[in-house]
Design a protein around this ligand. Structure first.
Ligand code: NI
Length: 167
């Protein structure tokens, strides 16, 4: 396993649309393991392949308190949504920024697991937000896109300044 470098906003690669995975093979399972290790190491509760520069429709997440329930979904799809809820979100690609985002309270999700088997389930609350957030990444969308233009440009400026200071 390996820790992968995480792309940071406003890296243009975070704006790419990821491609569907046709077959889950050992190479993709290795990517899942690397992404999980990267997510746990960060630490974070979710990570999309887009964030590590891989334009494939794959997300990993673990919202358990004990951090012992790693999950992955290939080609995740939201089949239905219900309700509205506001939650504070952060993102490993936008470090240090936490803002309230409004999303569906519950979602019905379909995807494929690490064996390529189709799975379908209902997600509520925090997990619902997490999955919607990660699927957004696969479509080139970031949680800061839900904020006002003024707020987003302030975050962008801070991120660019931070990056210059690191160089
Ligand atoms: Ni994120």
């Amino acid at each position: 396993m390996a820790i992968l470098p995480i792309l940071h906003f406003p890296d243009p690669r975070l704006r790419e649309t990821a491609h569907a995975v046709s077959a889950v093979d050992d190479k993709l399972r290795e990517l899942v393991d690397d992404m999980l290790e990267t997510m746990y190491g960060a630490p974070g509760v979710g990570l999309a392949a887009t964030q590590v520069g891989v334009a494939k429709r794959l997300i990993v997440f673990d919202i358990s308190e004990a951090r012992d329930t790693p999950q992955c979904l290939f080609n995740p799809q939201i089949l239905a949504t219900d309700g509205i809820s506001e939650r504070e979100e952060g993102c490993l690609s936008v470090p240090g920024v936490y803002e309230t985002v409004t999303r569906a309270e519950s979602v019905r999700v379909r995807g494929r697991d690490r064996d390529g088997k189709t799975v379908e389930f209902e997600a509520e609350g925090f997990l619902s937000h997490c999955i919607q957030h990660e699927i957004d990444h696969l479509n080139g969308k970031l949680f800061v896109d839900y904020l006002s233009g003024l707020k987003r440009s302030r975050i962008r400026k801070q991120a660019l300044k931070h990056r210059r200071e690191k160089l």
